[in-house]
Each structure stands twice: as C-alpha cells, then as structure tokens.
Design a protein around this ligand. Sequence first.
Ligand code: KIV
Length: 258
Amino acid sequence: MNIKQLESFKKTGRKITCLTAYDASFANVFDRCGVDIILVGDSLGNVVKGDKNTLGVNMNDMIYHMQAVAKNVSQSLLIADMPYQSYDNAKKALKNAQQLVDAGAQMVKLEGGREHQDIFKILQKYNIAVCGHLGLQPQSIMDMGGYKVQGREKASAQRILEDANMLEDCGIKTIVLECIPASLAKKISKQLSIPTIGIGAGVGCDGQVLVSYDMLGITQNTPKFVRNFLLSGNIESATKDFIQAVKDTTFPADEHSY
Ligand code: KIV
C-alpha cells in the first residue's frame, strides 16, 4: 500500500482498513491478512505499557516499536504516532518525525488542528507524509475533561470541520476522526478529497481503525465503538472478518456510533 493507492480508494469509495500493531508478530498477521494500514499508535501506552493514558509514551518507545513492526511488514502502509510533547515546536517536530521515518514509518500522525499549522507546513516542505487526528485527542484528555465524545455542540463541530479543511489545505494525506457524532464525520468525509479514518465516528468515514487489542477482545471495559472480532475464531479469521465488515459497511453499526 502506498499513499497514491490510499488516494485512489477515496475516489472509488473502497473502504480503508487500519489496525494498530506494536510488535513484529501481530504486524505480520495483519499484513498477511491484507489490512491496508498498520498504525504504531501511542495507545501502546495503555495496552503495552499498562499506563492509564498515552502521555507516558516517548520517542524511544515509538522508535523501538516502529522498528519491530517495520521488520515484518511488506504490504500494509505504516503510520507512526508522534508521542506527547514530541512536536511542541516545528524544529522538534521535524527532527522527531524524521527519526520515525528512519525507523520505518511511511507517514507520521499527530493530534490537533490549527494550532499546529506551522508544523504541518514544515513536514510537508521536507516531504514527510502526515496523518491528522481530530475529535477526541487522547494526548489532550486533561484539557478535554476525559475521554468524551467531541463535536456535539454547534461551535465545536464547526471547529472540527474547519480544522479538517485546514489540514487538507496543508497537504495532510489522511485524517483520523475519533469519537465524534456519525453525522459530523459523514459531513467532513463528504467535503474532503483526502480520506478520513474513523474510530467511534460512524460508518460514513472512508475507513475504520481499531486498537487491535480491543478488536481481539483482550482489553477490558472497551468503549461503545469496539466490536470483539475474535469471537469468530482465531486471530487471522478475526482480522479477515474486521476487513470484510469495514468493506461491506456492517461495521461500525449504529450501536458502535454516537
Ligand atoms: O494510538 C492509537 O492507537 C490511535 C488510534 C486510537 C487511532 O491513535
């Protein structure tokens, strides 16, 4: 998978599938099963390190896990999260993004909108592909008052919509929309010419991402938007069922949406 193919999926309406991976073995299963994008997410703070949030993940963690994943993947597009405080300013963002690319990432993901415009521009200038992340931003949960659905009020919905347009104008390749009303995610996805990848954002997004440990039913107290695909058998069949359900739009269903 490359970025051009991602763009072509948006044009043809072919749904995009994405799962997180943090190690070589899981990444290899997802790659073999045909997952379009593997995200080395900073959710590794929760599911690998055992922390309550993603704020304790640092660049060393991300490089270590990115390198492990990259060794065993040949087809899926690889995205690495930029961890908390790794993109406080443009110079720092460029240095850290370059390190993630050197570790094997084809794209880096960072949370936020207009406040990072200078960062998006410098990464674009140095040809580093960027994935945006709007709606619920786990690195800002202290400011957001916890893990809450975003964009329910008119003003915050408008802000997310404007940020999504701004990201597209800055040359961002794709945007993760996390925990926003399905109607808002659908509106954004229709307006943009770059693909949106939803998590808790309804079936109207151009693709879907899940934390793999949630998809496999390993984590407890999962959010409403998660479906346990492992109930269907083993890890390979769960992965294939996830891919099929995203492509035929049976996942996410209304019960997984806000
Ligand atoms: O870190 C992560 O796993 C993510 C997904 C929730 C999109 O950012």
